[in-house]
Write a protein that binds this ligand. Structure first.
Ligand SMILES: Cc1cc2nc3c(=O)[nH]c(=O)nc-3n(C[C@H](O)[C@H](O)[C@H](O)COP(=O)(O)O)c2cc1C
Length: 184
């Protein structure tokens, strides 16, 4: 796991986001030199416009693309908005669709609610369309919906929950390392 870098995309821009709390808790389980960084660029991206790709690609998009390129894998956690993917996250993915950073990139999807299956299904479909390597075995969900920050902290600090998060993270890392070793 030494030296690996995971980039985490949060579908919610809320400061007090439960999806962000989940991603932070996963990052806190990183061991042995594994780095987890949460993307802070999604809210800065302009609305996707194919006319603004290529040589006129906006700097914020180039910055995002560079981070994604340098990552050994992505972790994505997103709420459901109006039975769909949050616009900001979809916009970020749209900017990356025609580029070469995402295809075959290992992705771990997690979810911070017992609801939101429409968004999960749609996101899975989008990610498959972009040809990422979705590591299904690494998926897990924890219900943080409607919990206060204190309740969330308790849930995410629970030993069993932490063990579960670490096990799934290790599954993801093992898959990344296997794929790198055998170049699949
Ligand atoms: C505009 C809006 C639309 C929403 N639509 C849905 C929905 O269709 N289905 C659902 O399960 N939850 C829906 N929710 C609830 C959010 O998914 C839920 O509050 C989620 O935990 C927010 O994530 P966050 O804490 O990371 O910001 C919606 C919330 C907002 C603000």
């Amino acid at each position: 796991m030494a030296g690996l870098f995971l980039y985490a995309l949060c579908g919610s821009l809320r400061k007090n986001s439960s999806n962000l709390a989940l991603l932070e808790a996963i990052g806190a389980e990183a061991r042995n030199g594994l780095g987890v960084e949460i993307c802070t660029l999604i809210g800065d991206l302009p609305i996707f416009n194919p006319d603004h790709e290529g040589e006129v690609t906006p700097n914020a998009v180039l910055e995002l693309a560079q981070k994604v390129r340098s990552a050994d894998g992505l972790i994505i956690s997103a709420p459901e908005y109006a039975r769909g993917i949050p616009g900001g996250l979809k916009n970020a993915l749209d900017w990356l669709v025609s580029r070469d950073e995402l295809p075959h990139k290992p992705v771990m999807l997690v979810h911070a609610s017992h609801r939101g299956d429409y968004a999960l299904e749609a996101l899975t479909e989008v990610l498959k369309t972009i040809s990422v390597t979705l590591v299904d075995k690494a998926f897990f969900r924890i219900n943080l919906l409607g919990k206060t920050p204190e309740q969330r902290r308790d849930i995410l600090a629970d030993r069993e929950t932490r063990d579960m998060m670490r096990t799934h993270l290790e599954t993801f890392i093992t898959t990344i390392e296997f794929r790198a070793k055998f170049e699949v």
